[in-house]
Write a protein that binds this ligand. Structure first.
Ligand SMILES: *Cc1c(COP(=O)(O)O)cnc(C)c1O
Length: 397
């Protein structure tokens, strides 16, 4: 029996040129984004401009994490204390955490078996709560029908913030993920599409929102150095009215992200080749459902998900254990205790009890696996075969 030997947590190294630049910055001692000589541009500012350019938006702020970008987006939007924000029930803990930190009240929206926001439930809850704001999480890279979503938001006069932690480099019908709402948030945490250990971006075309975000992020009175931000006059009142809640990115992180941004397009193709290699081994397996990927969804296959409707807890455990013995690390969202990076909304007890029967069913049947770029295409076929064979073992258990 073939086993798999590679690590599911092994990312690719930082490009040499980024390492060299980071060392140069350390030798120079100017690590802070505002610690520049007259006339110099800091590494963080260069990165912000390149990311804004890449996405095709006016403004970008680099910050300490994706979660920080979300809190800042919510605050800069003007979220009021106790105001409700609608978001996916299927997401990662930093999302409800950001809403909480910004003083909002999280209202969870059901998930479909295609792993996207249930638009009927969204519309119902927009009506019931008259929320002004939806924070959508493109969880694991699954993108909801964005045209339908925008039409609903339009009918209710609600605004959109996108959590693009899993969709950097993705698009819906040719339009980049992160350009559909008033603002978008990205993460550069180790397992995302570009890796600085920790980090994030907030992007927008709204000058007032960005000016508030820049001051919030801890820019002291150096806002004029933000060339990927609005013109200095936009800050006239905002700089005095907005608190400083430090969460800046530093030059070392920016230095190692810059060359990764340049090769993001290449990474996206390599991820998708790997995704399709795993998927080809799982397609057509009886009882195992791959979410449909609509033609408009130009996703990044940095992870893969499948559902086994009706799987029992003991069968799910057999599947996990059999895979694990053969070197394949699957995650199951149906486990009673959330572990590692899996999450179940019921473990965010601070939100209060919310009842989402459809999401419960989806989570119970949902398996998830990360696809590191350090896996070859052959590796991905092997991993897919191991999952398929382990699945058959679990069914007969
Ligand atoms: C990683 C992630 C974030 C942001 O996480 P940080 O660790 O704060 O950078 C947000 N949403 C989702 C769905 C994520 O996976």
């Amino acid at each position: 029996m073939e086993n798999f030997e590679k690590s599911f947590t092994q990312q690719e190294p930082v490009p040499e040129i980024g390492i060299e630049r980071a060392i140069e910055i350390m030798r120079g001692g100017r690590l802070h984004r505002y610690n520049v000589n007259q006339g110099e541009t800091s590494e963080v500012v260069t990165l912000e401009n390149q990311f804004a350019n890449y996405l095709g938006v006016d403004y970008c702020l680099a910050c300490a994490s994706g979660g920080y970008a979300m809190v800042t987006a919510l605050r800069a939007f003007g979220l009021q204390a106790g105001e409700s924000v609608l978001t996916n029930a299927l997401t990662l803990s930093p999302v409800p955490g950001a809403i909480h930190a910004a003083g909002g009240k999280t209202i969870l929206v059901e998930t479909t078996d295609q792993l996207v926001l249930d638009l009927d439930d969204l519309e119902r809850k927009l009506g019931d709560t008259s929320s002004r704001l939806v924070l959508i999480s493109h969880m694991r890279g699954h993108i909801v029908d964005m045209d339908a979503l925008l039409a609903i938001l339009d009918r209710h006069g609600a605004s959109l913030i996108e959590d693009c932690a899993h969709t950097m480099g993705a698009a819906w019908a040719g339009r980049s993920s992160g350009t559909f709402g008033v603002a978008a948030c990205f993460s550069t945490q180790t397992y995302k599409h570009i890796n600085s250990g920790e980090g994030g971006f907030l992007t927008t075309n709204d000058s007032g929102l960005m000016a508030r975000a820049v001051i919030l992020s801890g820019s002291y009175m150096f806002y004029d150095q933000h060339t990927a931000g609005p013109a200095p006059h936009v800050y006239t009142d905002i700089r005095l009215d907005t608190p400083n809640c430090s969460g800046r990115m530093d030059n070392l992180r920016a230095a190692i992200l810059l060359p990764q941004l340049s090769c993001l397009g290449d990474r996206v193709s390599r991820w998708n080749e790997r995704y399709h290699a795993v998927a080809s081994e799982l397609d057509g397996v009886d009882g195992l459902k791959m979410p449909l990927r609509p033609p408009e969804e130009q996703f990044v296959g940095s992870s893969i998900q499948f559902l086994v409707p009706g799987i029992s807890t003991s069968q799910a455990n057999v599947l996990l254990v059999t895979c694990k013995k053969r070197g394949v690390e699957l995650k199951w969202f149906g486990a009673a205790e959330p572990r590692g990076y899996t999450s179940h909304y019921s473990s965010w007890r601070y939100l209060g009890t919310q009842t989402l029967p459809q999401t419960d069913q989806v989570l119970h049947s949902l398996f998830d696996m990360r696809i590191p770029l350090t896996f070859s295409i052959d590796d991905c076929h092997l991993v897919g075969r191991i999952i398929r064979e382990s699945f058959n073992v679990s069914l007969s258990s």
